[in-house]
Design a protein around this ligand. Structure first.
Ligand SMILES: *[C@@H]1O[C@H](CO)[C@@H](O)[C@H](O)[C@H]1NC(C)=O
Ligand SMILES: *[C@@H]1O[C@H](CO)[C@@H](O)[C@H](O)[C@H]1NC(C)=O
Ligand SMILES: *[C@@H]1O[C@H](CO)[C@@H](O)[C@H](O)[C@H]1NC(C)=O
Ligand SMILES: *[C@@H]1O[C@H](CO)[C@@H](O)[C@H](O)[C@H]1NC(C)=O
Length: 168
């Protein structure tokens, strides 16, 4: 029977763009960041970069935009103390993002951070998104601060198409 694969195909959740930029090459450098489509529904995100000096004070400003003739701010936005968060998660929005990507990275530890930071073959699994997202294209911007100064930025866009057939 084809029903099962048809229902699974009805959810699309994949990366569409990925941009990174360092604002302080003496503290954080990107070596590589790219997307690679491996099938119609799966796009892998790879990123690596080096923290050149140990950092114990990290803040993250994360914000979601939704495309509607240009990306417009959407409902989700958080500012967190990342060192505190890694000791004990306390922000529900960041936890949604972190839970989707933690198995693909070596950042799963507490501060300090130093040396090579890697995200490897990360792809989006709809079953990990415990949130009702309307279908559309989204942009997640993340601005990273060390000692309260902006160091680098990662922008990732993705599309999400609801599984309308599986509802009720
Ligand atoms: C990330 O997106 C924001 C909002 O659109 C934009 O201002 C910023 O320049 C982008 N940064 C990069 C590295 O693409
Ligand atoms: C850039 O990084 C260096 C560490 O290598 C740090 O001392 C300096 O304060 C940083 N500058 C800014 C503007 O963040
Ligand atoms: C970063 O990733 C690229 C491609 O995945 C790899 O060729 C390179 O060796 C990596 N760099 C480091 C420093 O691990
Ligand atoms: C890191 O991963 C391990 C094993 O998956 C988990 O037990 C631990 O709570 C994680 N640490 C953080 C800071 O999320």
């Amino acid at each position: 029977l084809k029903t099962n694969s048809f229902l699974q195909d009805a959810v699309v959740f994949k990366f569409t763009n990925f941009e990174c930029k360092s604002y302080n090459l003496s503290w954080f450098v990107f070596h590589n960041y790219r997307l690679k489509a491996v099938s119609r529904d799966r796009v892998l995100l790879n990123m690596n970069g080096t923290v050149l000096h140990p950092v114990n004070n990290i803040h993250l400003h994360a914000k979601i935009f939704k495309r509607a003739s240009g990306f417009k701010p959407w409902v989700l936005e958080s500012n967190i103390d990342a060192c505190r968060y890694m000791r004990k998660p306390y922000d529900p929005f960041i936890s949604i993002v972190y839970n989707i990507f933690k198995e693909f990275t070596n950042i799963n530890h507490t501060c300090p951070y130093v040396g090579l930071q890697v995200v490897k073959d990360f792809y989006l699994k709809p079953e990990l998104l415990h949130l009702p997202f309307p279908s559309g294209e989204y942009l997640l911007t993340m601005k990273w601060y060390f000692n309260r100064k902006r160091q680098f930025e990662t922008n990732v866009s993705f599309i999400y198409v609801e599984d309308l057939l599986n509802r009720n």
